[in-house]
Design a protein around this ligand. Sequence first.
Ligand SMILES: *Cc1c(COP(=O)(O)O)cnc(C)c1O
Length: 401
Amino acid sequence: MKTERPPWRFSTLTVRAGWHRRHLNVMPTTAPIVPAVTYLHPMSELDAIFAGEQEGFVYTRYGNPTVAVLEEAVAQLDKGEAAVGFATGMAAVHAALLGVELQSGDTVVCSQDVYGATYSLLSTVFGRLGIKVVFVEIEDLASVRAIISGKRPKIVWIETISNPLLRIADVPALAAAAHAAGAVLMVDSTFATPYLFRPLEHGADYVIHSATKYLGGHGDAMGGLVVSSRTHCEAVRTVAKLAGGPLGPFDAWLILRGLKTLTLRMQRQCENALKLGRWLETHPRVAKVIYPGLLSHPHHSLAKSLLSEGLFGAMVACELKDGSREQVMRFMDNLDLCLAATTLGDVYTEVLYPPMSSHRWLSSEERQRIGIGDGFVRVSVGIEAVEDIIADFAQALEKSA
Ligand SMILES: *Cc1c(COP(=O)(O)O)cnc(C)c1O
């Protein structure tokens, strides 16, 4: 038995008083935030954890109890065996790419129409390290198949619903093509969320999410996740341990809180998006509307067969008729309810001007060539009353004419 110790002095008490093992004997209704960097174990147990013979938390860069709850939740939603959390979506993208031991001389085949930072990460950072990156037009399936079988890439990288042109990737066909060439298929499914589409059920090997978007859903936390098999996730975890970028427990908690209403938010946001898309199609100042739920979308039937619940996502894009940069900026300044914000997936409706932001560094002609004219606007539709969203668009369009 331990002998009674003399009482601690004031300054010792400020550091150590209160918190005790017995406080853990509770089961709160929501996961607790555990901000501790390290965890206490008897030395023999700690030894076994370091040796990999026993599971346990030792240091938060390796794993954290709050983050683990989110990882388990998203793994379940996406029908994966495991998941690894990161501080941002881009940290997750980076770790997934490195998780297959990518090295100089290897090839990555990537959809041309991906998130701007993913495109740049591959073409600049990875390109400089000697990784060959081949960008492809994902909807030209025959040519993508030929490129994959010719280039023998290590990774094929796509997005379920692309940004900002909202193209739909034929995930099952691309998975088959990747596997036939000995490659893995990585799918950034941020725009679809596990509610609308679970890539692992359609042959993909890895799913990547920016949890900053729909999973969190309130624009107040950043995070990213990689979901895959247990073995793949162990390799990704190894990268996370060495390269860093772990998800923090406070952000993980906010994302967990957001996740609870994912279904309700997505249902409402997708319904609002369809209604806004239909309304925009009838507006005389709108030249073109891109929304996978509209019959006019080139991949409408593919979207219908792949996405669940009869929903088509909550991103809408449109092109203002003869829209100039000045006109679009006037339109966005005149929005009152909808936010001119550089993000997406939140409960608020957010409008982005790609020629000014994500596609700024392309020339006007290059943008035109890929389908992003000077009048191009991307909308992340929120949960507000759709009548109010439409009224806001109507008045802002009127004022910008
Ligand atoms: C936002 C986003 C990312 C990057 O996520 P961050 O959390 O901003 O790092 C990656 N892919 C897609 C499709 C995104 O929308």
